[in-house]
Design a protein around this ligand. Structure first.
Ligand code: F6R
Length: 587
């Protein structure tokens, strides 16, 4: 959720290095931010509310600094609540990702001991705890003892101006250490570090690292020194630019044909292995949250239709209540762009305890799910900078389509279908087509509700389209299976109510068109999406008939519609929708 960056080294530009790192991490949290650097034996800081954007910093030259982009949990979005948080002596500063569940008790005790709190955050208990411990022990043991007291899943980076060290520890959210030439980095995402070095250590849960003149890794809670597993990443830093596009969201939507083609042409070995694992498993469960959950939902239809195989699906946060039937022969497929979503990581940890095999389908190399999994598939969608998931979803769907075809021993047919879908996406991304979408967006801009229906695989499209419109355009949309209309939702249809109808050229066509008729009969305004026009549609947005891959053009049209709807509704930065974070590492 929050972005963390820390630097200790020979450079005097710690503030600038940290600021630059935070800019690369801003997608993780963007309600406020702050940086603290060492000046003599004290820490000085700057804190700001709002996005970093092109911010400059006015801090002294320093060789040690930490910073944070915040996504608020405890305490409102104010300068005081933004990180870093300092102790009373201003020698200790803390940036934190997670929730200290017992902060209230800790705070009460610390206040009794005379510590002064400035913010409403749970985080602020940490520097004061360290300060208290420092009265009787060294810095690293002070942090270790403080961290061992914290309840919940947490990642902290703590700077000490006196010992000139940074200590990082975690039980939940990700932290990566970068090893440079006489300089060390720590961040919540390696993308912010690879510019400086590709030698990294992915910190495991219950590990703590001390970064000073040397690097020392210890295990928690005991403090036994362990040998770090230093990895050299085969990943080149590429500054992601918007190029000719106004927003990353639009750019990433336009990158989708390439993402699909890459999977169609280069994933044979991995996909065959995935298909084999599904075939051998006694029960397969796909897990995901938000957009990723809709790819998993689509997966259940895809495996059933194409491979005649029953594959289960659950929203990540619900799986802990369903996991009783997991065994050593079960297969759990965790689907996640970030690979960090706690609601997926958590059930995966439980499933591992039961001996189930884990597959991760993720976009982020080295992420928690990537490391947890027995078998992993990297989506290869490239960095998704917009908070709204687009190309990662299309990549997930492409992998699942190909896996279903591979399971049915028809991988070549699956590949050509994907290539056909990529071609159709290219057609949708032509100026002419986008203009027709902008027109429809104009008609919908002042509506209060939009209903979206589909059946079968297109039910998953309806759900994903709904989420895109809600989060991108901040407009209430509701998606449901067409058959459910008469079971309640039809009560909401009145004159002019817009309804998007996914009508592919498959067995659902006649029934979904009947549902559209029922809406129309009550005054609804119908926007049809599919390969065949119909009299019932007031507006028609055509896709090619790409069979089992029809979800791809359907969703791409929805992404673009959501984007243009956001612009028409005056949303300034569709890349960073209000209240959302790219990587959801708290429950
Ligand atoms: C929607 C969106 C979210 C994510 C969800 C899961 O556009 O981005 O719904 O899909 O938070 O995230 P990952 O895929 O990182 O597990």
């Amino acid at each position: 959720m929050c972005g963390i960056f820390g630097y200790v080294g020979h450079e005097s530009k710690a503030a600038e290095i940290v600021l630059e790192g935070l800019k690369l991490l801003e997608y993780r949290g963007y309600d406020s931010w702050g940086i603290a650097v060492k000046q003599g034996k004290k820490l000085v800081f700057e804190k700001h509310v709002g996005k970093i954007g092109d911010a400059k910093i006015n801090l002294p030259q320093s060789s040690l600094g930490i910073g944070h982009t915040r996504w608020a949990t405890h305490g409102g979005v104010t300068e005081k609540n933004s990180h870093p948080h300092l102790d009373c002596t201003k020698t200790i500063a803390v940036v934190h990702n997670g929730i200290v569940e017992n902060f209230q008790e800790l705070k009460t005790e610390l206040i009794k001991k005379g510590h002064k709190f400035i913010s409403e955050t749970d985080t602020e208990a940490i520097p004061h705890l360290v300060e208290e411990n420092l009265k009787r022990e060294g810095f690293s043991s002070s942090v270790r003892d403080a961290f061992n007291l914290l309840k919940g899943l947490n990642a902290v980076v703590i700077a000490n101006a006196v010992s000139k060290e940074i200590v990082a520890a975690k039980t939940g959210s990700p932290l990566v250490v970068g090893i440079g030439n006489k300089e060390l980095f720590v961040a919540s995402d390696f993308c912010a570090i690879v510019k400086h070095t590709n030698k990294v250590i992915f910190l495991e849960d219950k590990q703590m690292v001390i970064l000073g003149e040397k690097l020392k890794l210890i295990s928690l809670p005991g403090g036994v020194e362990i040998q770090p597993n230093i990895q050299t990443l085969d990943w080149k830093f590429a500054e992601t630019e918007k190029g000719k596009y106004k927003h990353f969201l639009l750019k990433e939507i336009h990158e989708q044909p390439k993402v699909i083609e890459n999977i169609a042409l280069n994933y044979t070995t991995e996909i065959n292995h995935l298909a084999k694992l599904i075939d051998q498993a006694f029960g397969t469960f796909m897990l995901g949250c938000g957009t990723a959950s809709y790819s998993a939902l689509a997966g259940t239809y895809l495996f059933s239709r194409i491979a005649k195989k029953h594959v289960n699906f659950s929203i990540g946060s619900e799986f802990n209540y369903l996991e009783d039937y997991l065994t050593e022969r079960s297969l759990v497929i965790a689907i996640s762009q970030s690979g960090e979503t706690i609601d997926v990581v958590d059930p995966v940890v439980q499933a591992k305890k039961k001996g189930s095999k884990i597959v991760a389908i993720v976009n982020m190399l080295g992420s928690t799910l990537y490391r947890q999994a027995d078998f992993k598939i990297l989506l290869g969608a490239g960095q998704e900078k917009a908070v709204i998931a687009t190309k990662s979803f299309i990549a997930m769907i492409s992998v699942l389509i190909l896996a279903a075809y591979s399971l049915a021993k028809r991988q070549i047919a699956g590949k050509s279908l994907l290539l056909k879908a990529a071609k159709n996406v290219q057609e949708i991304l032509q100026e002419e087509f986008e203009k027709s979408l902008q027109k429809v967006a104009g008609e919908l801009r002042n509506k209060e509700h939009i209903y979206i229906i589909g059946r079968g695989l297109s039910y998953a499209s309806a759900m994903e389209a709904t989420l895109k419109i809600k989060e991108t355009a901040c407009l209430h949309a509701e998606g449901f299976a067409g058959g459910e209309l008469k079971h309640g939702v039809i009560a909401l249809i009145e004159k002019g109510t817009p309804c998007i109808v996914f009508a592919p050229n498959d067995e659902t066509y006649d029934d979904i068109v009947s549902n559209a008729q029922e809406i129309k009969a009550r005054g609804g305004f119908i926007i049809g999406i599919g390969p065949k026009n119909n009299n019932v549609f007031d507006r028609f947005l055509p896709t090619s008939d790409v069979g089992d891959a029809t979800i791809i053009p359907q969703v791409v049209i929805s992404q673009l519609l959501a984007y243009y709807l956001a612009l028409k509704r005056g949303i300034k930065d569709p890349d960073k929708p209000r209240n959302l974070a790219k990587s959801v590492t708290v429950k």
